[in-house]
Design a protein around this ligand. Structure first.
Ligand SMILES: Nc1ncnc2c1ncn2[C@@H]1O[C@H](COP(=O)(O)OP(=O)(O)OP(=O)(O)O)[C@@H](O)[C@H]1O
Length: 677
């Protein structure tokens, strides 16, 4: 254990000095970014900018990248041009190190982080990225690495502890972790990230205030730390945080990385001097070029040696970023800053070519020395991974049923805490039941009641479409984004997520419909009788199942909620148009008449009409234009083609098709299409 830690505690004295005096300590220059004239090619390089030499024996890099180039095609009008986003970038990170990737906006920081974490989806990627000296295997690399994204997308209604507990339940394998050990692991993470005081607070959102931004970021980091990753990637973990929260977040990451022997890499835009000096190493990026990579403590000297002295009391990070940023104020400043960046990149390249090649060879030779194990004595008291812990073991997945039960429990908890959603469902079903019931109050058996009965049954069908689909779609979109994020970390299967969603929405939809139909049935006095009532309720339930499946299909097919909220009502409106009341099927233009056969509202409405009218007789004055009995109505409206049970079956068939299509689309969307080198 100690040897590992010795390895990560290099530069301690230098860092201690920098932490106590974080600003640049070299006399300033009037022209901050001007190069000092005395710099010469012979003194432009520090002795060891990569931090690779030293008396201590070094472990092999956990992650090593060599000559990574990333290009994309960009289209301006009709011309396609090649744009190099990362240009022959090399570097490495060792266990226990925290490295910052710093650069101005558009420098390529996030792209580099995505390349290293294996999250690049398009463009052309070349070079080498090695995990413990070997080519990464997408499946196992995902299991040993963790990625904290910039946006903290989490279940807003869960508490901090619940968020971590569900993450632990899903992510940690049952073969190695009993529920008690998972809980212990959660408690250890809560303690380590100083979240114990807010463990019972809800995460919250912009609409409902919960924990602070800094606390939310720490929860996101905690979720990723549960599995004890070997490599932790963090994309702008301090963005949007005040200086204290930013400092705490970086401090905790560094502490955990050191204690748990994790290699941590984070992008950071422009850290304060204090934060800058917390990092073991920095990668300074500009226009896809590495301007500097090495120990933080040697950065100031390196730049001073190549003629750029950081002025006294200046934040070194600000100074370096200013040096690396293109200045678009005028043609001259742009040319000048471009030349400066090119020169900086060239200066570093000269040295890197020598040392990186050496380091790469050493690393490849020493592949077996890269530790894939975690030093468990250091941090958590509980639940260490076993000594045989390896990516293969970590790949062990929990059973399907267990996963489904966990997700369903989490979904149900979220749903039950979503008071606005539940209240709107309750108010909507009760209010519309009363309104519709009294609108068609106590139906008689005269000629006018035919139209009213047809009308009330149509409203019953309508009530199982929009009011079910739209709120559920809204809730589904939030959850889908969380699922896509969790899937990218291979947390669970798409099937368990999908079926959990289908089953948790269902009881709410069925209860809401049952309340509605009960009210309408008895207030408007539709044909009484248990068989009649339950037949209507049964068909209505089938229509609800179709609505949930339709919601899942649209939610899976469409990328954004805005589009879904245009498409879903559009399709439901068509369903209602062809439902059977607004246009008599017999009179519809033949070319589009077939639409009713794929229209769930039509089948449901036909079943409702048959059920209601089949035994009815009407008070028809002889000689007047009216229906004598219910069957005449059924025939006139073309609702008698299939029996009630056949209509119900058709609804279930349509639901099954929607479910399968929705699942296929979601699976396709959730399938990582990453490019690996
Ligand atoms: N797939 C892509 N297609 C086209 N351009 C891309 C692609 N990926 C990245 N870029 C461009 O590459 C540049 C670097 O992007 P990146 O997101 O890595 O920058 P960054 O340093 O993280 O910036 P910021 O700090 O603003 O997030 C940007 O100009 C971006 O538009």
């Amino acid at each position: 254990m100690s040897s590992k830690h010795d390895g990560v505690q290099r530069d301690t004295a230098a860092q201690q000095h920098l932490l106590t005096s974080p600003m640049c300590a070299i006399p300033g220059d009037d022209v901050r970014l001007a190069k000092s004239p005395e710099s010469t090619p012979s003194n432009i390089l520090p002795s060891d900018p990569l931090g690779t030499s030293g008396s201590q024996p070094r472990e092999q890099a956990v992650l090593l990248w060599d000559n990574v180039t990333y290009e994309v095609d960009t289209k301006v009008k009709s011309t396609t041009t090649n744009r190099v986003i990362l240009n022959r970038v090399s570097g490495q990170v060792h266990a226990g190190e925290t490295i910052a990737i710093i650069g101005s906006s558009g420098a390529g920081k996030t792209t580099l982080l995505n390349v290293l974490s294996g999250r690049i989806t398009d463009g052309r990627l070349s070079g080498k990225v090695l995990y413990c000296g070997a080519k990464r295997h997408p499946g196992s690399f995902r299991r040993v690495s963790a990625y904290v994204q910039q946006d903290d997308i989490m279940h807003t209604l869960l508490t901090v502890q619940e968020t971590l507990l569900y993450a632990a339940t899903l992510r940690l394998p049952n073969s190695q972790y009993s529920p008690e050990r998972k809980a212990e692991r959660v408690n250890a993470v809560l303690k380590q990230l100083r979240l114990e005081g807010i463990k019972d607070s809800q995460i919250g959102s912009t609409k409902a205030r919960g924990i602070s931004g800094g606390e939310r970021k720490r929860v996101s980091i905690g979720v990723e730390l549960l599995t004890d990753p070997r490599i932790l990637f963090l994309d702008e973990p301090t963005s949007g945080l005040d200086s204290n929260s930013s400092q705490l977040a970086v401090e905790l990451v560094r502490k955990v990385a050191t204690e748990r022997h994790i290699a941590a890499l984070m992008t950071i835009h422009q850290p304060s001097a204090r934060i800058f000096n917390m990092f073991d190493k920095v990668i300074l990026l500009s226009q896809g070029h590495v301007i500097f990579f090495g120990p933080t403590s040697s950065a100031i000297d390196y730049f001073a040696n190549i003629g750029y002295q950081c002025p006294v009391h200046e934040n070194p990070a600000d100074y370096f970023v200013d040096l690396m940023t293109l200045d678009y104020r005028s043609e001259e400043t742009l040319v000048e800053s471009k030349m400066r960046v090119t020169e900086l990149a060239y200066s570093f390249l000269q040295h890197k070519l020598k040392l990186a090649a050496l380091e790469y060879t050493k690393a490849a030779e020493a592949a077996q020395t890269c530790s894939r194990n975690v030093d468990h004595d250091a941090g958590y008291n509980a639940a260490p991974l076993s000594a045989s812990d390896s990516p293969a073991v970590l790949q062990a997945r929990n059973g399907w049923i267990y996963e489904y039960k966990t997700l369903a429990r989490r979904d149900w908890l979220n749903l039950m805490r979503n008071i606005p959603f539940l209240a709107s469902q309750a108010v909507q079903s009760l209010a519309t039941a009363l309104l519709v019931g009294f609108m068609f109050f106590y139906l008689k058996h005269d000629a006018a009641s035919v139209q009213n009965r047809l009308g009330v049954l149509y409203v019953v069908a309508l009530n199982a479409t929009f009011p079910i689909i739209m709120p559920a779609l809204y809730a589904f979109f939030d959850e889908r984004d969380i699922m896509l994020r969790e899937r990218s970390a291979a947390v669970y299967r798409v099937t368990t997520f999908y079926i959990s969603k289908a089953t948790t929405f269902m009881p709410v939809a069925l209860t809401s419909s049952a309340v509605f139909i009960t009210g309408v049935y008895f207030i408007s006095h539709l044909t009484f009788g248990a068989s009649k009532f339950f037949a209507t309720l049964g068909v209505l339930s089938c229509l609800n199942i179709v609505s949930i499946s339709f919601m899942l299909l649209v939610g899976s097919a469409v990328r954004t909620m805005d589009v879904a909220f245009v498409i879903a009502p559009g399709i439901v409106t068509i369903e209602l148009l062809f439902g059977g009341l607004l246009a008599n099927p017999k009179g519809i233009t033949p070319a589009i008449k077939w639409i009713r056969w794929i229209n769930p509202v039509h089948y449901a409405y036909a079943a409702f009409v048959q059920n209601e009218f089949s035994d009815l007789q009407f008070d028809c004055i002889p000689g007047s234009m009216c229906f004598l009995n219910g069957w005449q109505v059924i025939q006139a409206y073309g609702m008698g083609r299939f029996a009630i049970w056949q209509n119900a079956m058709m609804l279930l068939v349509i639901a099954a098709i929607f479910y399968v299509a929705g699942y296929a689309l979601l699976r396709w969307r959730a399938k990582p299409k990453y490019i690996w080198v």
